[in-house]
Design a protein around this ligand. Structure first.
Ligand SMILES: [Zn+2]
Length: 190
């Protein structure tokens, strides 16, 4: 049985995780679909991607076998290199300023996620399967942002073929727009 104090201490975390999942600008957990916010502000290009872990890793449970652990490490390493997943015009001269990855699979607060699964019913859990997301937050600086006519996600679709669709919200010089990217249509135009 869980000590009461521990349960109480975990509650705010669980509530917070729930909030972000349900009410964030990023949508629901659907295998094959990732959500992406892109914002270009001056020379700063910001990307925020929220994806079911399934799309990148191929599973959503905590890695225990050596093979699963190796897969998680490889995916983490890949996601830390956004310029290998996303083709930008070279003339825009973009460089990566910061990368933040978070996921229960990377050892981030798995307990809160489990609590949350048991605590509420209106969730898309099916029995025996705990869903997990991977969030990636990238900040890039582009010396020539006017050359950023498009972002090409074909490397990401090639590297992670389980990602079938990326739903994009883009905020750029010409305002806000939505887009849906697929392997057949991988280019986001500003
Ligand atoms: Zn899932």
């Amino acid at each position: 049985m869980r000590p009461l104090l521990l349960a109480v201490a975990l509650l705010p975390l669980a509530a917070q995780a729930h909030d972000e999942h349900e009410h964030g600008s990023l949508g629901k957990h659907e295998h094959g679909v990732a959500q992406l916010n892109v914002a270009l502000d001056g020379k700063t290009l910001e990307l925020e991607m929220d994806s079911p872990a399934m799309n990148f890793v191929g599973f959503e449970h905590a890695a225990t076998s050596d093979a699963d652990k190796a897969t998680v490490v490889a995916v983490q390493a890949q996601l830390k290199q956004p310029l290998q997943l996303l083709a930008l015009p070279a003339s825009a001269k973009c460089s990566v300023q910061s990368v933040e990855l978070s996921s229960p699979l990377f050892g981030d607060a798995p307990k809160a996620e489990e609590d949350h699964d048991h605590a509420d019913g209106d969730h898309d859990e099916h029995e025996g399967h705990h869903h997990a997301d991977i969030d990636a937050h990238y900040l890039l600086t582009c010396a020539q942002p006017q050359d950023l006519a498009s972002l090409d996600f074909s490397p990401l679709f090639k590297r992670f073929p389980a990602t079938q669709k990326i739903q994009v919200q883009l905020i750029g010089p010409s305002g806000q727009q939505g887009a849906e990217l697929t392997a057949a249509n991988p280019t986001l135009n500003f």
